[in-house]
Design a protein around this ligand. Structure first.
Ligand SMILES: [Fe+2]
Ligand SMILES: [Fe+2]
Length: 146
């Protein structure tokens, strides 16, 4: 019998990495411009890759059995990603203007809420509903990017 493949552990690991980079940026935001700038770029690069992987490699493969519930979940994720990317762009504008980001706290709070939603509601469902073959294909795509 083959072991069940899971997507969640890999993505949880990436969530942790992203949050660590955000913590680092929080520390560096008050320092000199180059330090703050580099730290922000490192964080935003990882976050944007993560969102790309989720939207292009993972959620596109999801064809839920429970159509109503499943298809309500996907637009909610996209909506939250768009909020995150918007907030990220506002922060980028602040950093590039050499001013302290105005909504770092709000951003962090939203990110943690989003991550909790995915880890509690989205990935468990995905791992349960997708077959090993599809998950293998998804994992290959994830590993190409993150
Ligand atoms: Fe996400
Ligand atoms: Fe995520």
């Amino acid at each position: 019998m083959s072991k069940d493949i899971e997507i969640m552990p890999l993505m949880v690991k990436d969530h942790c990495k992203i949050e660590k980079l955000l913590d680092e940026f929080e520390e560096n935001a008050d320092k000199d411009h180059t330090t703050a700038f580099n730290s922000f770029n490192k964080f935003s690069w990882e976050l944007e890759k993560h969102i790309f992987v989720e939207e292009k490699a993972i959620f596109t493969a999801y064809s839920p059995k429970d159509v109503v519930e499943g298809y309500a979940m996907l637009p909610e994720i996209t909506k939250q990603h768009n909020v995150l990317l918007n907030k990220l762009n506002n922060m980028r504008r602040d950093v590039y203007r050499r001013t302290k980001p105005t909504d770092l706290y709000g951003f962090k709070e939203f990110l943690i809420g989003h991550r909790t939603f995915e880890e509690k509601d989205v990935y468990p469902k995905l791992d349960k509903n997708l077959d090993n073959g599809s998950k293998k294909i998804i994992l290959t795509k994830i590993n190409e990017i993150i």
